[in-house]
Write a protein that binds this ligand. Structure first.
Ligand code: FES
Length: 368
């Protein structure tokens, strides 16, 4: 039987916020037991928002003098950013956290043609952070002369710019737009495991024609990807993070909702550990897969589900995935999507990221 998700409106532009905090040094003189309590309260408060937005923490301690913590937030509405900011200032540690920089932006399709681009323009609507160790963020403004040039003239200049970018395949660019909703025109965020690649790219771009039209591209933040509890620990005080070996796979679970609120035929999105997960109830069985299609990040929870075959068709370019295994069944995608564990405990649905040997996708409704 075919069915289509009711969540059609989720295929839309995302709102993005980069919030940089700096801790008042006075906090570091508090008694150690208070510091531990403050940090745990802050971690718990921020973690609650994982349900509503994609939240990635980074440390800028040691790379910037005027900021120490970045919370990169991606959501369907900017109202969640306001709620998170308000929740943070109400914590005890929030009284010592100064908001050093805040950038609000939105995803949007580029007006420039990116020839031979391997993915579709829809991909520009969706931020899907990688596990890269570094993130380089800066606001960007172009001169008004740039916008007065014809579209073909700007396209020609951008072609050269794009050509240089292609020499650095290890760098992933996330361009977001803030015309009218913040002081800048763009906020750009580059992901990479290697800062020297990014340095070389920026230096080479200075020699392109498009650089003439840059009015502002600072401040520039070099941010280090880490778990939230580690980024908070980096701020000072006794550590509260449980050490995790580099190659150790952690197990993380999150309660989603009572089973009775998620009947057969339902789909919903869950955010866990910086991943957007699509949860499906197909004929009473629960499945969780990465919500982003491996072709160009299409939202799988919005796709047509075949309940008999247990497959979903990506709404963007129609790649078909097996919901139980994540494997590609048909279409343009070449890689499977990740699957996640689902459990029902005391009538509540839990989604988990667990070592693959323990993952169980496809839990029968009511099963504990
Ligand atoms: S995004 Fe292209 S098939 Fe899914």
């Amino acid at each position: 039987m075919q069915r289509t998700s009711q969540n059609r409106d989720l295929t839309k532009r995302q709102y993005v916020r980069f919030a940089f905090y700096k801790l008042d040094p006075l906090w570091r003189r508090l008694p150690a037991d208070e510091q531990i309590e403050h940090k745990q309260e802050l971690v718990d408060t921020i973690s609650q928002f994982n349900r509503r937005m994609l939240l990635r923490p980074y440390s800028t301690l040691g790379t910037r003098a005027d900021a120490e913590l970045l919370l990169w937030q991606i959501a369907e509405t900017p109202l969640y950013f306001q709620e998170l900011a308000s929740a943070i200032v109400r914590t005890r540690m929030g009284g010592y956290l100064n908001l050093a920089y805040s950038y609000l932006s939105q995803t949007k399709r580029s007006v420039y043609e990116i020839r031979d681009y391997r993915h579709a323009s829809e991909e520009q609507l969706v931020i899907d952070p990688s596990e890269a160790k570094y993130l380089f963020v800066y606001p960007f403004i172009k001169s008004r002369d740039w916008y007065l040039m014809s579209q073909p003239a700007r396209q020609g200049i951008m072609d050269e710019h794009i050509q240089v970018g292609r020499k650095y395949p290890s760098i992933k660019l996330n361009t977001t737009y803030c015309f009218g909703i913040d002081d800048y025109e763009f906020i750009v965020a580059f992901e990479s495991d290697e800062p020297s690649d990014f340095l070389d790219l920026v230096q080479e771009l200075r020699e392109t024609e498009s650089s003439r039209y840059t009015v502002q591209d600072t401040p520039l933040f070099t941010c280090i990807n880490m778990r939230l509890v580690e980024a908070i620990d980096a701020l000072g005080g006794p550590p509260i993070a449980t050490p995790v070996a580099e190659d150790e796979q952690r197990e993380v679970w999150m309660d989603v909702c009572p089973l009775e609120e998620f009947p057969s035929g339902s789909t919903r999105i869950v955010y866990l550990e910086g991943k957007q997960i699509g949860l499906f109830n197909i004929e009473g069985k629960l499945y969780a897969i990465n919500n982003r299609c491996t072709h160009a990040r299409g939202p799988l929870s919005e796709g047509a589900v075949d309940t008999d075959a247990c497959t979903v068709v990506c709404p963007w370019h129609y790649a078909k995935f097996d919901i139980q295994t994540g494997h590609v069944v048909d279409g343009i995608a070449s890689r499977p999507v990740e699957t996640y564990a689902v459990e029902v405990r005391d009538g509540v649905i839990y989604v988990g990221i667990v070592p693959q040997s323990r993952a169980v996708n496809g839990v029968q409704k009511g099963q504990n």
